[in-house]
Design a protein around this ligand. Structure first.
Ligand code: HEM
Length: 183
């Protein structure tokens, strides 16, 4: 994955658990003590190992760490120069969910080797929908739950998210999403 993702993992750990914890995780994963290059390509294993070692060091399950990372990613990209992309992707919670593929198509202009996920909205009603998620990568559904929660708070809505795995297709997950505005 692009270094931007590893940079965000580093940012989450440093801000939430401190520089010393980051140093421990970094050295255990075996990455050099230097900044990740946002536009650099890193093996997916680096990101998966960062998450795995974080779980061991902090004694937390992977879904908790991934969900936390998803929430953080929405804030991080907003502040790391991609705020305009997020703004242009939608002015409401359901609108941005419909535009996630268009958002990554724009991201691909700056990150040409991007292997983006794919999302599709179905069964829409006024305050609920089903989001289909297809990915080249395994095990990232809890990351998506965190992303959806991060987007919900960005739009000031209270969202209930239920993840349902699609049996027989490892690359496909669904999320039942119901939301209310926070008054
Ligand atoms: C402006 C904001 C965003 C930027 C700059 C961005 C960029 C990226 C980048 C660089 C990757 C790594 C893929 C690779 O290196 O091949 C990625 C992956 C991913 N993005 Fe985004 N993204 C943004 C917003 C979002 C949002 C709002 C969602 C909400 C669902 C999302 C969902 C994902 C997921 C689930 C992955 C993991 C890859 C996979 O499933 O295969 N992204 N994105």
């Amino acid at each position: 994955m692009y270094g931007l993702v590893n940079k965000a993992v580093e940012g989450l750990i440093r801000s939430k658990y401190g520089d010393e914890t980051w140093g421990k995780i970094r050295s255990e994963v075996g990455v050099p003590d230097e900044p990740f290059i946002s536009m650099g390509s890193y093996d997916d294993a680096v990101t998966y190992n960062l998450v795995g070692v974080t779980c061991t060091v902090l004694n937390l399950p992977a879904d908790v760490v991934l969900e936390e990372f998803g929430k953080y990613w929405v804030l991080f990209t907003g502040e790391a120069g991609y705020g305009r992309l997020l703004e242009n992707a939608g002015t409401s919670f359901p609108t941005i969910l419909r535009n996630l593929d268009a958002l990554h198509t724009r991201v691909k202009l700056s990150f040409p080797n991007l292997q983006p996920p794919s999302f599709r909205v179905a069964e829409e009603s006024e305050q609920s929908l089903v989001l289909h998620y297809h990915s080249h990568r395994a095990g990232l559904a809890p990351f998506v739950v965190g992303l959806l929660k991060g987007l919900a708070s960005r739009f000031n809505v209270d969202a209930e998210i239920t993840h349902v795995r699609v049996e027989g297709d490892a690359a496909h997950d669904t999320f039942f999403i119901r939301w209310n505005s926070i008054s």
